[in-house]
Each structure stands twice: as structure tokens, then as C-alpha cells.
Design a protein around this ligand. Structure first.
Ligand SMILES: Nc1ncnc2c1ncn2[C@@H]1O[C@H](COP(=O)(O)OP(=O)(O)OP(=O)(O)O)[C@@H](O)[C@H]1O
Ligand SMILES: [Mg+2]
Length: 313
């Protein structure tokens, strides 16, 4: 049994707040992923759980016990560090002869064989090449499910977060923006930050207004998008929910800016002076760059956000 509870934990250095009053309940056996842009406080939060950093305020509770005053070595957690150089310094046997990626794998293996109550992993796959990363990702998930060890995993790679996590805590500026399962954060993003962060081709975010229920922006017209009238609204639609259509049926029309065939699909980006919108088109879709293209938005896949606060409407 090792649940982890963070109660209003804050880490400040003078005026800088690296972590700002985070409340979080990590369940026993859970695979929790901290996801967010560089500097959002992922490593700092993890280091406080490990006992390598003291919180300025708040409590850390592991397995029912408040561990604020408990030494790192007595917390029964195994941490894999973000930087393998740092790791090299901390291990008795320095694996000098290994490459960065090999050291990361050795560090992972060491963490696993210790059989701790909690795994803390800070971007443990960051030094691996793309192919190895993919294979390690699968193995890591398999091992964690098999050992059922509570795991906190830090990454800024949203695909890694989606594929590994039971739940994801999406962080920004020292706070948790949203906590949910991969499906929840993908299908129900609470804020513009979450919407823009989750999804391998990011969600299109279009700034405009709602006029009598119709969303209006340069080159954009989406009837029945909302209710009433409202200024400063951001409409979100994922590229996979945008299709290429005849102009009369389009919600967005602009000159084709670029085509990106990736083999299994072709991404088509159209751009006007105000914004760019990307559609996932068929793999064999081709059209001349610069010619007008029209996109339709799947009506039930449209998200609306308040342009000022970023919150979902
Ligand atoms: N010792 C310190 N003194 C002052 N500020 C710090 C210190 N350590 C971290 N910070 C600041 O706290 C914030 C959070 O840092 P942290 O290392 O937790 O970010 P991160 O989310 O892990 O980022 P990355 O993805 O780049 O590793 C950053 O703005 C960082 O500059
Ligand atoms: Mg970090």
C-alpha cells in the first residue's frame, strides 16, 4: 500500500514559486504522470515527494504517514533522475563506459530491482533514440502493471503521458491545470492550455466572437456553435475532426499553406492573416499550395473557451 497525498504543497525561492499550492491524491498502484511545459514545476514536485527538497508549505503523506520530516533514504522510494549526469554522481558504481541511453536503462533497472513502495521517474526515456523509447515505453508500462508499484512519472511528451498514465496531472506555472484519465483530458480539456497540450497534432484554436449563436472569426463561420452573443471566444477543433469539403459547406476557407504527407495521412494547413487551421486529410490528398481550401468542423467535436480566462465555456 502506498498512496501519496500532496496537501497544498508549495516550493518558493524568494519571490519565485516553482510549485504553487498543489493538492493531489495519488492512489495506491496508480501510474500518475506529471505533464507540462519546461519550468512548470514537475521535477520540483517530484523531488519534494522523494525528500530531496523541502516544501516551503504543505504536507506530503505517503501510505498514511506525513513524511515532511522523514529523510529521503527512509521514504522507500526509488527515483530515476532527469539528467543521467546527476545520476552518475549519485551511484556508487559509476557506469562510465555506458552511453546516456544505456545509463538511463541501467537506472531504470536498478529502480525496479529495489522493489520500493514508490517509483519516481523524471523523464527516464529522454536520452533514448525514438525507436528504443517506444519499446521501453511498452516495457515500462508492462513492468509497472505487473509489479503494481505506485508510480509518478514526469514527462513533457504528451504521447508518453497518454500511453502510460492511469491519470495525468497537467501542470502549468506551478499549478495543476487538470487532473484526469488520458481519455478525459483528451475529450474534455478544461482549459486552453490543456487543449493545446494534448493531441499529437495540436488542437486548432481560433480566436473570435459568438454572434447570435454563430462563431465568427476571419475566414471562419460556424453556425450553432454556441448560444447568444459573447466576445473574445476561442473555438477549438482537433485536426482529426476537420475535413476538406466544397467551399459551400466550409466553416473555414483560406489559401492552402502547406501539405505534410506522413504516409498514413496528409496534414493540410490553411492560413489567412489571422490564423492557421490544420486538417487531417486522406493519405493521397493533394492540392496546389496557395489555392483556396475549405474545411468543415465536426459539430459535436467543437470546444469553446473563454478567451480571457482560458476556461472551457
Ligand atoms: N533551486 C532553484 N532556485 C530557484 N528557482 C528554481 C530552482 N529550482 C527550480 N527553480 C524554478 O522552479 C520552476 C520549476 O522548475 P522545475 O525544475 O520543477 O521544472 P520542470 O517542470 O521540471 O521543467 P523541465 O521540463 O525543464 O525539467 C522553474 O521556473 C525553475 O526555474
Ligand atoms: Mg524537470
Amino acid at each position: 500500500m502506498a498512496s501519496i497525498t500532496l496537501e497544498k504543497i508549495t516550493k518558493a525561492w524568494g519571490a519565485i514559486k516553482g510549485v504553487d499550492a498543489i493538492d493531489l491524491e495519488i492512489r495506491d498502484k496508480e501510474f500518475m504522470v506529471f505533464l507540462g511545459p519546461s519550468g512548470c514545476g514537475k521535477t520540483t514536485t517530484m523531488r519534494m515527494i522523494a525528500g530531496l527538497e523541502d516544501p516551503t508549505e504543505g504536507n506530503i503523506i505517503i501510505d498514511g504517514e506525513t513524511v515532511n520530516e522523514v529523510d529521503a533514504r527512509d521514504r522507500d522510494v526509488a527515483m530515476v533522475f532527469q539528467s543521467y549526469v546527476e545520476l552518475g554522481e549519485l551511484l556508487d558504481r559509476k557506469p562510465k563506459a555506458l552511453s546516456g541511453g544505456q545509463r538511463q536503462r541501467a537506472a531504470l533497472a536498478r529502480a525496479v530491482v529495489r522493489h520500493p513502495q514508490v517509483f519516481l521517474m523524471d523523464e527516464p526515456l529522454s536520452n533514448l533514440d525514438a525507436k528504443l523509447r517506444l519499446s521501453m515505453r511498452g516495457q515500462l508500462k508492462h513492468i509497472q502493471r505487473k509489479l503494481q508499484t505506485t508510480t509518478v512519472y514526469v514527462t513533457h511528451d504528451q504521447i508518453e503521458a497518454m500511453t502510460l498514465a492511469d491519470r495525468i496531472a497537467i501542470m502549468d506555472k506551478g499549478k495543476i491545470q487538470q487532473l484526469g484519465t488520458p481519455d478525459e483530458v483528451y475529450n474534455n480539456p478544461a482549459t486552453i492550455v490543456v487543449a493545446g497540450f494534448i493531441g499529437s497534432t495540436p488542437m486548432n484554436l481560433i480566436k473570435g466572437d459568438i454572434e447570435n449563436g454563430t462563431f465568427v472569426a476571419p475566414g471562419t463561420h460556424v453556425a450553432k456553435a454556441g448560444k447568444g452573443s459573447r466576445k473574445n471566444v476561442v473555438l477549438g477543433i482537433r485536426p482529426e475532426d476537420v475535413s476538406v469539403v466544397a467551399k459551400s459547406k466550409g466553416n473555414f476557407t483560406a489559401p492552402l499553406f502547406t501539405l505534410e504527407p506522413t504516409g498514413d495521412q496528409t496534414l493540410a494547413a490553411a492560413r489567412n492573416d489571422a490564423q492557421m487551421v490544420v486538417a487531417r486529410a486522406a493519405r493521397d490528398f493533394r492540392q496546389e499550395i496557395g489555392s483556396d481550401i475549405s474545411f468543415a468542423f465536426a459539430p459535436d467535436r467543437i470546444y469553446l473557451f473563454d478567451g480571457a480566462s482560458g476556461a472551457r465555456i
